[in-house]
Design a protein around this ligand. Structure first.
Ligand code: CAA
Ligand code: NAD
Length: 305
């Protein structure tokens, strides 16, 4: 049946175990929603401190979810979901028996390729590899793996905050097999998200449209056209956006936004994206240099407690 076809990996077995790399904003959220849907999740990062940070993000978010879903037993609800999550700093061990890898580490093509190249020899042949990259070429990341794995490789792009945002973009490369794509669609639905599909192009759908808007809002402030506060108010009340661009920039992370623009500058040379969209912005670079990365570091365009 269609149901049966949709719920199988290329080897014919359902995805039950997921390994998430990167315990930051995104990796923590992805691990959480996987665990909430009953997957056995391994969360991996390079340090124990980063894993602790990830578990903190998950616990806070789970208590929010529990208040709605299980108001009488918040602790029991949280405990039950956390029991589906293991953590480790040992990347090889993390993929030993997993069905799906979702990578959500730093937005650097080199670091991502190094990780996947290593994992290719450690994970079982049927395991599907997916990257949560915002802006890099999924095809170029996949090329760090052997030919067979490239058929089991795709983009699986979640949105921040993962527990609240309903969308997942599934990115097919020319090598991604149909059964890999179907498995990813099925697992996306299983964790309660709505899938859309896009070719492997800079920024896919959402970021291709959203990031130029965010960057232009910073240029408006640099030009002295309006303040961040007024631009936020304008877009919230005048365009109905839930957050104005500066709140959103702080939410996404100014470092991540900078990596996206930097990565795209390379693509501009080959004509895949127009050059004016991704010109460097002094104000953005200055904040990042000062360690003002947005909410996650306590300060960006705004200050946070
Ligand atoms: N964990 C669990 N639940 C959360 C949550 C979290 N971290 N954050 C929000 N929620 C839930 C709330 O509990 C609430 O649920 P109910 O409606 O069921 O009560 C719901 O989400 C709305 O939250 P709030 O009422 O607290 O606040 P809000 O209405 O202001 O919404 C928001 C918060 C969802 C973050 C909203 O401000 C928003 O949509 N902002 C824009 C976010 C956005 O554009 N994200 C995309 C960024 S780009 C990206 O991610 C791609 C990339 O590659 C860079
Ligand atoms: P983050 O800075 O919050 O977290 C990144 C984590 O990756 C850190 O904990 C870091 O220690 C870890 N890490 C770095 N190198 C690693 C390695 N080799 N192995 C394991 N862990 C490693 O970043 P984030 O915002 O969660 O972004 C992660 C990825 O998700 C990026 O590719 C980003 O472009 C993408 N993304 C971000 C957003 C967003 O709104 N922030 C939305 C969608 C997609």
């Amino acid at each position: 049946s269609i149901q049966r076809h949709l719920s199988t990996t290329p080897s014919g077995s359902r995805i039950e175990r997921m390994t998430v790399f990167g315990a930051g904003l995104m990796g923590a959220g992805i691990a959480q929603v996987g665990a909430q849907s009953g997957l056995k999740v391994t969360l991996s990062d390079v340090t124990d401190k980063a894993l602790e940070n990830g578990l903190n993000i998950i616990s806070k978010s789970l208590s929010r979810v529990a208040k709605k879903k299980s108001p009488d037993d918040i602790e029991g609800f949280t405990k039950k979901i956390l029991a589906n999550i293991e953590t480790t700093t040992d990347a090889g061990k993390a993929v030993e028996d997993t069905d799906l890898v979702v990578e959500a580490i730093i937005e650097s093509i080199k670091v991502k390729r190094d990780l996947f190249g290593f994992l290719d020899s450690k994970a079982k042949a049927e395991c599907i590899f997916a990257t949560n990259t915002s802006s890099l070429s999924v095809t170029e990341i996949a090329e760090s793996c052997g030919k067979e794995r490239q058929e089991r490789f795709a983009g699986l792009h979640f949105f921040n905050p993962v527990p609240a945002m309903k969308l997942v973009e599934i990115i097919r490369t020319p090598q991604t097999s149909t059964s890999t794509y179907e498995s990813l669609k099925e697992v996306t639905l299983r964790i309660g998200k709505a899938p859309v599909t896009c070719n492997d192009t800079p920024g896919f759908i959402v970021n291709r449209l959203l990031v130029p808007y965010l960057l232009e809002s910073i240029r408006m402030v640099e030009r002295g056209d309006a303040t961040p506060e007024d631009i936020d108010t304008a877009m919230e009340l005048g365009a109905g956006y839930p957050m104005g661009p500066f709140k959103l920039l702080d939410f996404v992370g100014l470092d991540t936004t900078t990596y996206i623009a930097q990565g795209w500058r390379g693509k501009a040379a080959s004509g895949q994206i127009s050059k004016e969209l991704v010109e460097p912005i002094e104000l953005l670079d200055k904040l990042v240099k000062e360690g003002k990365l947005g909410r996650k570091s306590g300060q960006g365009f705004y200050e946070y407690e």
